[in-house]
Design a protein around this ligand. Structure first.
Ligand code: HEC
Ligand code: HEC
Length: 238
């Protein structure tokens, strides 16, 4: 019995390993160190007026589009090989960049001596894992959600207030609507409690206390939060 369990554990271990990177270097960090001087790494890229190179998302997308491979599963290994070669031996005929962009950027200067093949392997693996349509969609969905949020709610999200408070539902702490109702004319207390933390002011929450946010939160964000909380209404009872 023990043997079977051990065998299973080993099997899971190896299956788990197979999916893992061949490289144990930190591709994300290396990409930032070695490539961000010229390539914008944001997903989606923010537009630059003084762009020195195509954004890395565009590079990853069109290498994947244009690389020749016998099968879908062969694409990523081929794309990784392309990056490993291109970065040290770049030239116009190899580049997948369209002619016009290539003229305006100029061919990439070889990075020979500045990055090793092992490092490039890790960088390229990370590139094709991170810059995907799925991640782009997710990033855009989050951006859209944030854009539609009132500023106050965005700030509350930033400081993790929303993990304990909801607008109109009691969770770990009282709802912001209830807090607003209690302190209609006393925003000073709201401010004090955010700065110093709070305990035993709400009888339903005797056993839980709120941590202090002193020195963790900028004055400007604190103003925004106090304003937003004090104006929160219970949407269900409107
Ligand atoms: C000194 C600026 C500079 C640095 C640093 C730089 N690049 Fe580039 N790169 C460019 C420019 C400019 C182009 C566009 C012209 C071209 O295709 O050669 C480019 C193009 C590329 C391409 C080919 C894109 C295509 O569509 O065929 C790849 C791949 C690439 N870079 C990867 C990297 C990686 C990975 C790093 C970091 C190890 C890096 N670059 C660092 C300037 C730079
Ligand atoms: C770990 C959970 C937790 C987090 C995180 C948290 N709170 Fe609280 N909060 C509570 C609890 C619990 C109470 C009720 C404490 C009590 O009984 O005094 C509370 C109470 C409050 C009160 C009312 C205090 C009073 O004077 O009556 C305000 C205002 C408040 N929180 C705002 C915030 C803001 C803004 C943030 C983010 C910056 C935040 N909270 C983050 C748990 C939390």
């Amino acid at each position: 019995m023990i043997k079977i369990i051990l065998g299973l554990a080993l099997l899971i271990f190896f299956v788990g390993c197979e999916k893992k990177h061949t490289s144990n270097l930190d591709g994300k960090k290396l990409l930032e160190e070695k490539c961000s001087a010229c390539h914008n790494l944001d997903l989606p890229p923010k537009t630059f007026t003084d762009e020195k190179a195509p954004p890395m998302m565009a590079v990853a997308f069109h290498i994947k589009d244009f690389i020749k491979a016998s099968s879908e599963s062969d694409k990523i290994p081929k794309a990784i090989d392309f990056v490993k070669d291109y970065v040290v031996n770049p030239n116009a005929s190899k580049s997948f960049c369209d002619k016009k962009s290539l003229e305006s950027y100029g061919v990439m200067p070889s990075q020979k001596g500045k990055v090793t093949q092992d490092e490039l392997e890790a960088i390229a693996e990370y590139m094709f894992e991170h810059f995907t349509l799925k991640n782009l969609d997710e990033a855009q969905a989050i951006e859209n959600r944030l854009r539609k949020m009132p500023t106050g709610e965005r700030v509350a999200l930033k400081y993790n207030c929303l993990s304990c408070h909801k607008k109109d539902k009691d969770v770990v702490g009282p709802s912001f609507a209830k807090i607003a109702k209690r302190y209609v004319k006393n925003t000073v207390q709201i401010r004090k409690s955010i700065e110093n933390g709070s305990a035993k002011r709400w009888k339903e929450y005797r056993s839980v206390m709120m941590p202090s946010f002193k020195n963790k939160i900028s004055n400007k964000d604190l103003d925004v939060l106090v304003q937003w909380i004090s104006q929160t209404k219970n949407e269900q009872s409107k």
